[in-house]
Design a binder for this molecule. Structure first.
Ligand SMILES: [Fe+2]
Ligand SMILES: [Fe+2]
Length: 162
């Protein structure tokens, strides 16, 4: 059985993961309008992953006899002036989520919930990867700048993400 506190915190995190998915989907739409289909693809893959994160928490609550309660998802930002601005936002968002995951780890320890703790360790490692991926993309983008040919080459490269 899952405690009320963990259940509530996990339900909140499901909402945060679904919001992340929504945010990245919004960035994908923005990249489509900026004529950067590769970046749009990168964001669509990212959005799908966030959905999977939400489902990991969903299944954990269900498996332990708890109740999933979905809340409404906030409207994400819709327009970014440049690719750099969007990826900067993505990186900052991931840093914020890392903070949320760390708080959940603290809560699970406080509640002596080892099962939640094990699941959350996966999220801790995942956040290291998420921040690194966004930072890597940001550094590459800053290197190529806004110029035509190099930016199009980078767009082709990130378009290969599956
Ligand atoms: Fe996530
Ligand atoms: Fe993420």
């Amino acid at each position: 059985m899952i405690s009320q506190n963990i259940q509530e915190a996990f339900n909140k995190q499901i909402n945060a993961e679904l919001y992340s998915s929504y945010l990245y989907l919004s960035m994908a739409a923005c990249f489509e309008s900026l004529n950067l289909p590769g970046f749009a693809n990168w964001m669509k893959v990212q959005a799908r992953e966030e959905n999977e994160h939400a489902m990991k928490l969903f299944e954990h609550i269900v498996q332990r006899g708890g109740e999933v309660e979905l809340e409404s998802i906030d409207k994400p930002k819709v327009k970014w002036e440049s690719a750099v601005e969007a990826i900067e936002d993505a990186l900052n968002h991931e840093k914020k989520v890392t903070g949320m995951i760390n708080d959940l780890v603290d809560l699970a320890a406080k509640e002596n919930d080892h099962a939640a703790g094990v699941l959350l360790q996966w999220f801790v490692s995942e956040q290291v990867e998420e921040e690194a991926n966004a930072d890597d993309l940001l550094q590459k983008l800053k290197m190529v700048g806004t110029s035509g040919a190099p930016l199009l080459m980078l767009d082709q490269q990130v378009g290969k993400r599956e």
